[in-house]
Design a protein around this ligand. Structure first.
Ligand code: ATP
Length: 313
């Protein structure tokens, strides 16, 4: 990568016996929206906490803008912003007072503080509600204020940890739009989510995380091309599966067939045709089909391919 803003090498973190992050490496290019996609417990928050200096890694190197986090933490922290998963705002204070308070914590003051507060309120479309106490805000508005706090000191790289959890669809869209507008204005973003639709819509590249590891990393389109073609998952008794595989492999609509946990995974070129082939063959051979699932070509299918699990199990 020619101009990485973030370089992460061999990051490890364990909590007792739990290896939350088990040796991950990746780079983010300047100007990217980079997704960390994985189910609950995959290690996303732990990764973000380490990359923003809230947590010490057991091992690994991090640099931002070519500056080592370990050697110059203050210089790195000045370049990064964090929007944590849990809201870090005071409900009794107005949006404006929250921002003034956090701005001062970041070392801003006077005219510069007032300008930054005004700017970030506009970015997240909260200017008309600036003077209202935060406890009167909807979940989505609180999330947007949380984002505004992370932007106060004008970071180059913003970490957004599951910013849409618990918000209604309309607010979710408002958050997407803010993220896209920020990125267009030049901000690099690391965005964690367990919603594959979000990663697919927003992210230029996605690292898929599971059990503390990055198991795939590429653009959503390339990941889907490689792993996520239409997928049919069929539950059959063990003895029936063997005979069926031999038949299905000859069908042009079926790219490949695999067995895992008592189910058949059919990677398809034409999902409809492959489905017809499957139903026709099981019918002809008198095989009992216990379950049937059809997945579109998307990141959910990629995750299922790679792990045998759904993102939201
Ligand atoms: P979520 O979306 O639920 O936040 P995540 O992908 O962010 O999931 P982490 O929160 O990083 O995952 O958790 C990774 C693993 O580490 C999980 O098994 C979790 O239970 C464990 N873990 C996280 N924080 C702690 C902690 N403070 N003490 C012990 N175990 C922890």
């Amino acid at each position: 990568m020619s101009d990485p803003i973030l370089v992460v090498q061999d990051l490890h973190k364990a909590y007792g016996d739990i290896q939350a992050v088990g040796g991950i490496s990746f780079q983010i290019a300047r100007g990217e929206i980079f997704g960390l996609l994985g189910p609950n417990g995959a290690g996303k928050t732990t990764t973000v906490s380490i990359l923003t200096g809230l947590l010490e890694p057991d091992r690994g190197q991090i640099s931002v803008d070519g500056i080592s986090f370990q050697k110059m933490p203050r210089a790195v922290k000045a370049r990064i912003g964090l929007v944590p998963q849990d809201l870090a705002i005071y409900p009794a204070l107005s949006a404006l007072d929250n921002l003034l308070f956090f701005g001062r914590l970041y070392g801003l003051q006077g005219k510069r503080l007032r300008e930054r507060v005004e700017t970030v309120l506009e970015i997240v479309h909260l200017t008309p509600r600036a003077k209202d106490p935060v406890h009167t805000f909807s979940g989505g508005m609180k999330r947007r204020l949380n984002i505004a706090v992370g932007l106060l000191h004008e970071p180059e790289l913003l970490f957004l940890d599951e910013p849409t959890v618990g918000v209604d669809p309309q607010s979710r869209n408002a958050i997407f739009e803010s993220v896209e507008a920020l990125n267009r204005a030049g901000l690099t973003i690391l965005y964690t989510t367990h919603y594959m639709e979000e990663a697919q819509r927003l992210c230029h590249r996605v690292a898929i995380m599971d059990q503390g590891q990055i198991i795939a990393l590429d653009t959503p389109a390339a990941l889907i091309r490689q792993w996520g073609s239409g997928l049919i998952v069929a539950g059959l008794p063990e003895e029936a599966a063997e005979g069926l595989i031999r038949h299905l492999e000859h069908w042009p609509a079926v790219k490949s067939v695999r067995r895992r946990d008592g189910r058949l995974y059919l990677d398809t070129l034409h999902t409809q045709e492959a489905l017809m082939a499957l139903l026709d063959t099981t019918n002809r051979l008198g095989l009992p089909l216990r379950s049937l699932e059809i997945l579109e070509a998307n990141l959910e299918a990629v995750f299922l391919h790679l792990t045998g699990k759904r993102l939201r199990d």
